[in-house]
Design a binder for this molecule. Structure first.
Ligand SMILES: Nc1ncnc2c1ncn2[C@@H]1O[C@H](COP(=O)(O)OP(=O)(O)O)[C@@H](O)[C@H]1O
Ligand SMILES: CC(=O)N[C@@H](CCC(=O)OP(=O)(O)O)C(=O)O
Length: 307
């Protein structure tokens, strides 16, 4: 009996301690980027959908932006279409962009919408083309050839970068008490479909929506130091230093660079968390210890709880 009571008290304590966090995010917009790697497991996908519904029920306005890199890769393979990445971005020819749109705005988007609706939420799936949410331009990335030292423009085909965000459609969805689920497809200057990295898309949307937080769900616990230990919080200057000294590499570089842009544009903080941890979103937003790595402009205060 004493054990049962102790258990009940522990549960009540967790619920009660969530109150200040619920108040902090009351009616605030939080953009959650749900990466393709975090989507693999059916049970985790259900937990994620449940967390999003709970956020909405608690008065937060979650906006889900999803990826789907591995899912695009799987369909391209089935269709025998070769695909390669340059600097973390998929080289996207005309044939590939059709597949990218089909997977992102089609199957992946609707799967997430259904998962949220199955948990009692009401989600609406859109992509950056809807109501011109995300006007984009062709990405021009310059790289210096290490041998000749000549700078070249890398041609990635139908890859875009955000040019102008018109968040009206998101506001309408939020005001209707629905949950927007957004696929990272943009519309180019000639009306063409452009493939946008989901972290970059989520970052631009978070800025336009004046989001209170941007959460990036990935497949590692957060940013790890040279010894593989989780860094719980850091400033943008410290993040820059970790890129320069090589601690941060690969796919984590564009992620961190998006974080730095977002913070420079006024979003308070970005958190990188492990989408493979059950209920990672709730732990981050509604508990004192949070989860993952918190990145913000100024020196983080002593504890995550005090922030
Ligand atoms: N310092 C670091 N801390 C954590 N992950 C890192 C670091 N440097 C590089 N990475 C790599 O970045 C990856 C996450 O980026 P990415 O694969 O693009 O994620 P996603 O597909 O979720 O967008 C990790 O799986 C890890 O291999
Ligand atoms: C230009 C570019 O690389 N676009 C990505 C879009 C999906 C994405 O970013 O998904 P994840 O978040 O799951 O990696 C792609 O084609 O894979």
């Amino acid at each position: 009996m004493a054990d049962v009571l102790a258990g009940v008290h522990a549960e009540a304590k967790v619920l009660s301690e969530a109150l200040p966090y619920m108040q902090r995010y009351d009616r605030k917009t939080v953009v959650v980027k749900y990466g393709g790697h975090a989507m693999g497991d059916a049970e985790l996908a259900k937990d994620f959908a449940r967390d999003i519904v709970l956020l909405k029920q608690a008065g937060v306005n979650p906006v889900v932006v999803h990826g789907g890199g591995p899912q695009i890769g799987a369909l391209l393979e089935r269709l025998n279409i070769k695909s390669e990445f340059k600097g973390g971005l998929r080289v996207t020819d005309r044939q590939t962009v059709d597949v990218v749109e089909m997977v992102l705005a089609g199957s992946v988007n609707k799967e997430i919408v259904s998962a949220i609706n199955d948990q009692g939420g009401k989600a609406v799936g859109i992509c950056g083309k809807d109501a011109n949410l995300m006007r984009a331009k062709r990405l021009e990335r310059r790289v210096r050839d290490p041998h000749s030292n000549i700078e070249k423009v890398m041609d990635l085909g139908f890859v875009g970068e955000p040019a102008l965000v018109e968040p009206h459609i998101i506001d309408v969805i939020i005001q209707s008490d629905l949950i927007p689920v957004v696929a990272p497809i943009g519309v180019g200057p000639d009306g063409e479909t452009l493939n946008i990295n989901a972290d970059t898309f989520a970052a631009a949307l978070a800025v336009a929506l004046k989001s209170k937080r941007l959460l990036l769900l990935t497949d590692v616990d957060g940013v790890l130091d040279k010894k593989g230990q989780l860094i719980r919080s850091m400033t943008t200057a410290e993040a820059q230093h970790l890129i320069e000294d090589g601690t941060i590499s690969g796919g984590m570089i564009p992620k961190i660079e998006s974080c730095m842009d977002v913070i420079a544009e006024g979003v308070e903080a970005v958190v990188i968390i492990n989408g493979k941890v059950p209920h990672a979103v709730l732990l981050e937003l509604f508990t004192a210890h949070g989860a993952g790595t918190l990145i913000e402009r100024r020196k983080p205060r002593r504890t995550r709880a005090a922030q």
